[in-house]
Design a protein. Structure first.
Lengths: 622, 307
């Protein structure tokens, strides 16, 4: 018999506790004396009038019983002849995001309850988002209280369509939609008499049959070493639980971080050696060679090794009353290591009701945000989306030892966020900025010409370079296409690679500015956040953004290299303006349009602006 | 990613629970300095002991077992305890509250509440303090009682062994935070996700030895307020008119004999016990007299440090 761990999401008002009570009750595993004590309790606190309030079964602590709400994760157990179930029951209110995340972290399936009278609400979206974030890929959408909408099929269909349209982006597999009345019992354990128009199985039957092996990773072997077992001189074994993949004697394994490899000799257990062990199994492994392996190491198969980095991009759920700010430091505990870490930055916070990103100075209790985290030791990890066990961590307060946050690793932080090696020392110049300004008759700045492909950025950059040269100014032109032939030869056109290309150009511009020169960069730079990073890196006082706002129709017409045609046909994926977003700058220093202005007019406008901002003259005389 | 799991690699639900418990035990040994296992000699403790042997195989169990002996345990429990220690070879600490003994505290004269507090709760604290243990394994399960449904696997206790429901750590995935400051400790429940049925099935599948009192036999009992109390030795205080009678009974939970209710049963084998379970009409705690005090009483006891 196998085990299914499921999460129930919804509020008391959705009838969630009633549903679980019904599952337990109707599968006849509520003992009679528990029922008797419930009947006594119901008289004091109940809300169901006559009869047993099934919801009371679910509320554990006395304070909660009196408040009438569930404020933590309660685990419930029941089994049928086909399967054993563990229900993580979590409350639905926004302030309980952390509880729901906790419950979801161990579950394979989520039952999302919707009150048929109210349909898809903000909380439905919240629950779905959190379930998705925590890696749940199987969902049952249970439209409850069908009795209160006259068992209406139309109402059910309408709610299903609403749900499907917003849940598209959440990455769930095929969801199961079912109409239900937990109170009356229809479609919980038995089909009942009122939903004759629905021909799918009732909830319990679905839970008994749903495939729970989907997504089990048998290919990438990972085992965090918990303990080294050395009972005597002859035995040296590494104890741990297999996170993913399959292990057999004779397999080659690599120990991280050392990178040393050996061959599996035995998979030792109390019940005898195993020929093979798969995900979830606690084992003790012995190796053929005496390589140095200790707690905190990760055993993996060669060729499918995890990523390694000090700086991580992660989604973090904050669980403490004391908020997190950039610079806050914690202990970072993963399946195999504990290290010191700091939150370097909070890239954005997620509005869990809409999924929208919003800027935030830090994270407060129940916030979820994208953070960049730097660890003092190199971490070996997989993205959470491919491995929950090696892609998750908790943050622990060093003084109180409280667990304050939980994180899901997206990947190594982009180079924008990476910390330079602490041993590096910046070499200073002997020439002052003033000396340079006097020599060149200018103040250094970086001009970013951003806009769609074929908007005229390169043409303007070349003309601007000429104009500045003729005026006796010293500039360096960094053309997006040119840099791709050299320092960015390794980069493609994904969002991340475009971002990295702009980072490299910005870093060069910063070096060039440091030598007193003007940098002219011509780049598509489609992402607002990335342009902001360029601005921050160069320094806002030196950064000039020129939006080359030529209408896309004109760009398409020009299209000297036929790129738009290739983008339309899908030959070039993620093409800004066609198959990917181009975030129009809203706070550019200058906007030009090469469809209505000729090159000279544009250059005049740019030069005028540079002059006004004082970049085109040396230090003012004392 | 592979869609189908070969049968040889598929874990039964008992194997999954077993692996989870083993992982938890190993984590405690790795994180904590002085773990101890609370050994009550009951069936859950027997399973816990078995899991510990598995977790550290081929090594020995790397922590002592602690039995808080109230001096009122069934005699068969004490002999079973000795037999296990001899056969398995673990380090056994037996602690009795000497003050309580000196004061003659007993379940007949002092009421279950006072007796339990002095001979169990206080005794446990004394033993944990004396051993300076920073982690204590227990066999408690979330399905036992309503207030335990939300209990953590790593349950944090302050320096006075108190459990504060508002100050428990979030537990996500299988990442357990066992960090404590001086004097604080954690109680660890590796079998949190087991049900009573799982326990019995596991005992059966793994052939784990348990105290014979769990199996039905003719035993001398007195019926008192509807509860069958066994007359285990000559310290039993009969109320007026009471006499011991032989009945075919077994115990679903074991503790101090004057406080453990027997049930009438003919189940003398594990399959028979499991059969009775499946048609059970009384949950296991009914046999524990202390729970009758008041609704929410277990929660109260936990706050005070009762296991």
């Amino acid at each position: 018999m196998d085990l299914l761990r499921l999460l129930t999401c919804g509020s008391v008002d959705d009838g969630k506790s009633t549903l679980i009570g019904r599952l337990l009750h109707d599968s006849q595993l509520i003992y009679e004396d528990v029922l008797a004590s419930l009947e006594a309790d119901s008289a004091a606190h109940g809300s169901a009038g006559e009869g047993v309030d099934l919801a009371l079964l679910m509320d554990g602590l006395r304070a909660e019983r009196e408040q009438g709400i569930t404020i933590d994760v309660a685990y419930r157990y029941f089994s049928t002849s086909r399967r054993t179930f563990i229900i993580a029951d979590t409350p639905g209110h926004p302030q309980y995001t952390r509880n729901m995340a906790t419950g979801a972290s161990t579950c394979d399936l989520a039952v999302i309850l919707i009150d048929a009278r109210h349909g898809v609400l903000a909380q439905t979206k919240r629950h779905s988002y959190i379930a998705s974030l925590l890696g749940i890929r199987r969902v049952v959408v249970a439209v409850n209280k069908m009795d209160l909408v006259g068992w209406s099929q139309d109402r059910f269909t309408e709610i299903c369509e609403d749900y499907r349209s917003f849940a598209k982006a959440l990455g769930f597999g095929e969801s199961y939609f079912l109409p239900m009345s937990a109170l009356a019992g229809d479609n919980v354990v038995d089909a009942g008499d009122n939903l004759g128009w629905f021909d799918g199985p009732p909830l319990l039957e679905h839970l008994e049959r749903v495939d729970i092996d989907v997504g089990v990773d048998l290919e990438h072997f990972r085992m965090p070493v918990q303990l080294v077992s050395r009972p005597d001189a002859d035995f040296r074994g590494y104890a741990g639980t297999i996170a993913s993949g399959v292990l057999r004697p004779g397999d080659e394994v690599v120990a991280l971080p050392s990178g040393l490899s050996s061959t599996v000799e035995r998979i030792a257990t109390f019940d005898g050696d195993l020929d093979a062990a798969g995900p979830g199994r606690a084992v003790t492994v012995t190796l053929a060679d005496d390589i140095d392996v200790s707690r905190g190491d990760l055993l993996v198969t060669p060729g499918s090794e995890p990523q390694r980095a000090h700086d991580l991009d992660a989604m973090v759920v904050w669980m403490s009353d004391t908020g997190a700010e950039p610079g806050s430091s914690y202990l970072l505990q993963t399946a195999n290591t504990v290290s010191n870490c700091a939150i370097r930055s909070v890239r954005h916070r997620v509005d869990i009701n809409t999924g929208a990103h919003e800027p935030a100075p830090g994270l407060g209790l129940n916030d979820i945000g994208h953070c960049v985290i730097t660890s003092d030791r190199e971490l070996a990890f997989d993205p959470y989306s491919s491995n929950r066990a090696t892609g998750s961590f908790v943050l622990v307060d060093r003084l109180t030892n409280a667990t304050v946050g939980a994180g899901m690793i997206m990947g190594a932080a982009s180079a924008w966020d990476r910390t330079p090696d602490a041993a590096l020392v910046r070499q200073r110049s002997e020439i002052s900025d003033t000396e340079r300004a006097i020599r060149f008759g200018q103040q250094p700045c970086t001009i970013l010409l951003t806009g769609l492909t074929a908007a005229g950025k390169s043409t303007l950059a070349t003309a601007l370079e000429r104009e500045l040269f003729d005026r006796g100014k010293v500039s360096i032109r960094l053309d997006g296409e040119n840099v791709r032939m050299g320092i960015s030869r390794d980069l493609g056109f994904s969002t991340q690679e475009r971002s990295e290309n702009l980072r490299r150009v910005s870093e060069v511009a910063r070096l060039v500015n440091g030598q007193g020169l003007i940098a002219i960069a011509a780049m598509v730079a489609p992402d607002r956040d990335v342009r902001q990073r360029a601005r921050d890196l160069v320094g806002a006082e030196r950064y000039v953004e020129v939006f080359v706002d030529t209408p896309i129709e004109v760009c398409r017409e020009r299209d000297p290299h036929g790129l738009y045609a290739m983008a339309d046909s899908g030959e070039i994926p993620r093409f800004p303006g066609v198959s990917a977003d181009f975030d129009r700058p809203t706070d550019a220093d200058l906007r030009v349009d090469t469809s209505t202005q000729d090159v000279d007019e544009c250059i005049d406008a740019i030069v005028r602006m540079l002059t006004e901002r004082g970049f085109l003259r040396g230090p003012s005389s004392p | 990613m592979s869609a189908t799991l070969p049968a040889e690699l598929r874990l039964t639900h008992l194997q999954q629970l077993e692996s989870e418990a083993i992982g938890i035990m190993r984590e405690v040994v790795a994180q904590c300095e002085r773990p101890v296992m609370l050994y009550s000699i009951g069936k859950d403790s027997s399973v816990l002991l078995h899991l510990a042997r598995k977790a550290f195989f081929p090594g020995k169990i790397p922590f002592p077992l602690l039995h808080v002996d109230t001096t009122w345990k069934f005699r068969e429990m004490i002999s079973f305890r000795q037999r296990m220690a001899d056969e398995i070879g673990f380090e056994l600490i037996v602690h009795t509250n000497a003050d309580g003994v000196a004061q003659g505290i007993n379940p007949f004269d002092h009421g279950s509440k006072n007796y339990t507090d002095i001979m169990k709760t206080q005794a446990l604290r004394q033993a944990l303090d004396a051993g300076r243990f920073d982690a204590a394994f227990g066999g408690a399960r979330r399905d036992e009682e309503k207030s335990r449904a939300k209990e953590r696997v790593f349950s944090f206790r302050d320096a006075h062994h108190r459990w504060d429901p508002k100050n428990q750590r979030p537990e996500l995935w299988n990442l357990y935070n066992g960090r404590v400051n001086q004097g604080e400790s954690i109680r660890v429940f590796p079998m949190s996700n087991w049900t009573e049925l799982d326990v019995w099935q596991y005992i059966h599948v793994e052939q784990i030895p348990i105290v014979p009192l769990y199996f039905a036999a003719e035993r001398p009992v007195v019926e008192r307020d509807g509860v069958l109390i066994m007359v285990d030795d000559d310290r039993f205080v009969f109320d007026e008119g009471e006499v011991a009678e032989q009945r075919l009974v077994r115990f679903r939970t074991l503790g101090c004999y004057p406080l453990s209710g027997a049930i009438e049963s003919t189940a003398a084998t594990l399959p028979e016990i499991i059969g009775e379970m499946l048609v059970a009409t009384r949950s296991e705690r009914e046999g524990r007299v202390i729970d009758f005090d008041q609704s929410g009483s277990m929660e109260q006891k936990k706050r005070e440090g009762y296991f």
